[in-house]
Design a protein around this ligand. Structure first.
Ligand SMILES: CC(C)(COP(=O)(O)OP(=O)(O)OC[C@H]1O[C@@H](n2cnc3c(N)ncnc32)[C@H](O)[C@@H]1OP(=O)(O)O)[C@@H](O)C(=O)NCCC(=O)NCCS
Length: 282
């Protein structure tokens, strides 16, 4: 079976939500608009006035998810660094079927009857063919749970969005950056071990940022959405990095700069306020 449905842990996600793509007319033809056979029915052109409401709500999704992380995007960054050079893939719900609490959370205008994006994945192509940098992964699922929408099953929304986004963009070599304390690491490691390029990143506004990468394969994408038939090799950790310990990050960074190679092989451990991330010397 070529579709991804057989791999999905939460089968209701793709049944209830509408995939969309934001891309300029010149970037659109380079994208796979039926990743794993799932049609991205809605194409949003950021150069058109008619896209304004959708893109405003998308910007609101960024504020709802990255605002609490202290990294909301100004709208010009959205345009200059995402919509024009790269692409955005996500899952949405028609405003007419949106739950009232969600409508309020997203401040959807009363007159708006288009799609309301509940997730987005943004990546930007790099210089080398097939290499992309992940710029943003956002899922409204946690915010909707906090708003009291506990009956709505959006489990796996972030993971499915990243997997289908990577397939849609045709990513072969993936690079991304995140913080050691980020819960997004639970998603990123679903794609397999993450090779570390930085462990302490003074060039970033969050110094405690790690930069990672992995080769993208269809099997890894299937594994990330819950396909237990895919077996990913995960080496045992050499050390557990305390996600609140800058010294450990700087020591690891010094070893990377000295030429040693490391990966994050599997999920972090969040226990009683402490976060430890496994690291393996390769
Ligand atoms: C990070 C984010 C995208 C997650 O979205 P989501 O829809 O909840 O993601 P998913 O449901 O696909 O996956 C979350 C995973 O984390 C796991 N998880 C979260 N907290 C956990 C914890 N404390 N212990 C163990 N697992 C945990 C969940 O169990 C789930 O894994 P599972 O599918 O194996 O059960 C969302 O919270 C978000 O938008 N955050 C703000 C922006 C951000 O930080 N983006 C990432 C930047 S790199």
């Amino acid at each position: 079976m070529n579709t991804i449905e057989a791999s999905l842990r939460n089968v209701t996600l793709l049944r209830d939500l509408v995939p969309y793509v934001v891309a300029t007319p010149s970037n659109l033809p380079a994208l796979d608009l039926t990743p794993f056979g799932v049609p991205a029915a809605q194409h949003i052109d950021p150069t058109k006035m008619a896209s304004a409401d959708f893109l405003d709500i998308l910007h609101r999704l960024d504020g709802l998810t990255f605002g609490p992380e202290g990294m909301p995007m100004p709208k010009w960054v959205f345009f200059d660094c995402a919509e024009v050079p790269g692409a955005i893939y996500g899952l949405a719900r028609p405003a007419s079927t949106l739950w009232p609490a969600a409508r309020e959370l997203f401040a959807v205008p009363a007159s708006y009857d288009g799609l309301v994006p509940l997730s987005m994945y943004i990546a930007i192509p790099m210089q080398r063919f097939g290499a992309w940098f992940g710029h943003n992964l956002a899922s409204a699922a946690p915010a909707l749970r906090d708003a009291g929408l506990e009956d709505v099953d959006l489990r796996g929304l972030g993971s499915v969005t990243k997997a289908l986004g990577l397939k849609c963009f045709g990513v072969r070599d993936f690079y991304g950056a995140t913080q050691w304390t980020s819960k997004a690491l639970f998603i990123h490691v679903k794609f397999g071990p993450l090779n570390l390029s930085t462990a302490w990143t003074p060039a970033h506004s969050e110094l405690e940022t790690l930069t990672y990468g992995f080769e993208v394969t269809d099997d890894k994408l299937r594994a990330s959405v819950g396909d237990r038939r895919v077996i990913i090799d995960r080496p045992q950790p050499t050390l557990w990095l305390d996600a609140h310990d800058p010294q450990q990050m700087q020591d690891l960074q010094a070893r990377i700069e000295a030429g040693q190679a490391f990966c994050i092989p599997s999920a972090p451990k969040h226990e009683g306020g402490r976060i430890h991330v496994p690291v393996t010397k390769i």
